[in-house]
Structure formats: C-alpha cells, structure tokens
Design a protein around this ligand. Sequence first.
Ligand code: MN
Length: 289
Amino acid sequence: MSIKTINGIYHGAPFNMVGNGFRVSNNFPHGNSFIREMSPFFLLDYNAPVDFSASEEPRGVGVHPHRGFETVTIVYAGELAHRDSSGSAGLLHPGDVQWMTAGSGVVHEEFHAPEFSKTGGTLHMIQLWVNLPKAHKMTTPKYQDIRDKDMPRIMADTGNGYTRIIAGEYKGAEGPAETFSPVHLYDVRLDKDASTSFSFPAEFNTAILVLSGKIKVSGEVEARATDFILFKHEGEEINIKAEDGSTLLLLSGEPLNEPVVSYGPFVMNTQEEIHQAFADFHSGKFGKL
Ligand code: MN
C-alpha cells in the first residue's frame, strides 16, 4: 500500500442559483477530461452555508425531470421538502440523505421545507449526481430516504471525530445506500488535531470536498473550506490530519468507462437517447406531479 498521489486542488468555483432556493458552486474540475476523471460521479453542487430570510412562499426549484442517473442530497443545515411523480413526498432534516434513482425518468420539485421557510435560517447542503451504468439507465425510479441514525459512524483513528458511511464500506462497516456500481461516499467530521486514514483502490476516481475547517492531506498538502482535492490513479492510502475542526465529503468510485452524453437534466450514453428523453418527457411518459 502506498500513499495516493494528489492530482490537484481546485478552489474558487463560481456560484449560481438553482431556482431561487439553492446557491451552489459546482466543484468538479471542468474541461474535456473531467467526465473520465470523476466517473461515476457527474456533478457536485455545493450549497455552502447561506442565510435565507423568512418567507411565506418556500424557495426552491419547481417541477423538472431527470433520467439516466441518481441524485444524492445531503443536508447539513436547514430543511428541504421534495415531491415527485411517483407520489412520494418527504422532508429532509440535517444529517439526512436522500438517494434518488431517476432511472427511466422522474418529474419532481425541490423546495425549502414550509416550516424552515417561515422562520428563515441557514441552508447548508450538497447535491451529488451519480451516473448510472448503461445497463441500468432505464431502471425503475426509486428513493432511498436515509436517516442520520441509519448510517454507521466509525471513530477517527485518534478518537476525536468520526466518519459516517453513506454508501460503500469503511473499516468493515457498510453504508445503507444501495448503488448500481461500486461507490464509497463518506461524511467525515474531525475535531481539531484528529487524524484518520482511508484506503481506496488506485483505479477508483477519488476526491475530497472540504466543507469547513482546515486539513493536511497525507502530511503534504493543506486544504481548507471549499477546496476540492482530486487524486490520481496512483496509490491507495489517504491520511487526513485536521488542523481545525473540519467537515469533509469523501467520494470514491469505480469509473464506468462508458460514453456520456448529457443535456440539462438527462445523462445518457448517446445523442439519440437524449432526444428520446425529451420526447418521452414531453409526451408525459415521466408521469406528472
Ligand atoms: Mn432535481
């Protein structure tokens, strides 16, 4: 086992609004190679803590479709409400994760929860898009509503912190999310001076988003809030030392190595499949809210 080499640290991703409720920055590096470097992950919208004023009308994004991938929503602060074409609806509280498989197609809306809207407050969340393998793109849509208590917590090597396993495996424990390809997704919380270590196959695409604090990675590189660290396909081990209380999202997955053609809310393998997605959406095949 050897230390995983860092490919680069990216920061300063610009903000954009998704509807009127989410102020996000897409932290994946851009350019032609990024789809290959991040696969099976496709997009990482990070809503760093933002204060929203009280509003009778919940902010968010109205009805829109998805096909061909999964959306993973992780709430750190604030409360979200969702509703979709399969009749499912629910609330997401801090610590909760919603893993939605859009598969063959869903139509949904994503808003701040009514109570949270009325009082206003800090929203802090992530939405990660995980691509589906070609063989599963048209799978039946489904939801995994994962509560904070459903996720195993593994203590940091030094005891003063923990890793919450959302998906995949860590030190013999397994996260609750079912995935269509090998994916490890962890929520890492470290107190100041905590150290902990991770290991992933060299060929997996692996990255860390620093949500808060300051860390040293494998004794060499410092990273702080909103930095995105991308690793190379060299080495397996990652050692983290927290120089401040820190929260990290750690993602590692086996690349799909399949063609990707995307347009807006659809992520498919060919241009024809994108045209078909539009046709199916407009003819009502995704269902209605
Ligand atoms: Mn959506």
